[in-house]
Design a protein around this ligand. Sequence first.
Ligand SMILES: [Zn+2]
Length: 292
Amino acid sequence: MADPRPYKKLLRLVMRAFYPGPCPPKHHQDEADEMARSKLAKIDTTGLGIVLVEYLLEREWVPEEQIASDLGQHHKIVRRALKFLEHEHIVMGEHRRETKRMQKTDVVKAVTATKAQQLAEATGAAKEGGDDDEDAVQKQHTYSYWAVDYPRMYDMVQLRLFVMRRLIKDEVDAREVLAKYMCKAPQCGREYTSFDMPDLITPDGTLCCTMCTGVVEQVLATGQTGDDEQRKERRKRLQQLLVDMEDQLKPVADLVLALRNAAVPHHGALIDWAKVQQAKLVGGGAGAGAGE
Ligand SMILES: [Zn+2]
């Protein structure tokens, strides 16, 4: 795999710049979601995105229940946050139906269990039995695994930088026309300005309403609102926003540029990854318990 270190650094910067708040952010939480009405909804998830990414950066593919148990978080909270990070093109998930029989013969099961054990031994945090967890796990049928998705993350960051710059530069350059943005959902129609852009940009470069997740489009106001003094003031604020943004995002932008021709690390599909890992574990003489 390509050297993941610069990409890890990039992702850490991105998480701090774009995802320091609740994970998922409030406006991304679906009201119809079963969790919205449960007591879990009240749990403060500020910084959870950063914690999850830090955790996954130190590992490769990890079973969801292991993530939840290692971080001491409710599995529903962890799952919802990971789904949001997947939606943002930061992590990738695989969901497999697994039978009890597979627990003993499956390469993915064997490799992830061995790796977890090795890590626990290395950090001196060997776990005791965990019978309760075991019971809960047996009742499930679909198991989820998560890993950092470096290639999609890199594309997302590039696009995000590009879109943010373009939107604001366009408006700084347009002397006479005030850009306005509007949610296209008929029942919503909320209006935005350039100052809201950082919150609206999605991983694919479109703009998404923070009230209703509808599509937000630029509507160019033909009539000029405000007098000359107000327009001048507004332009000044926009220019300052551009400067602030460039300042704040400079480390991210520099790293993106430096990595333009570098090979992107990729964990690959779960099953392919597990097979390679198993071969390594066996080859390295550390293959005890690896799927006999
Ligand atoms: Zn809306």
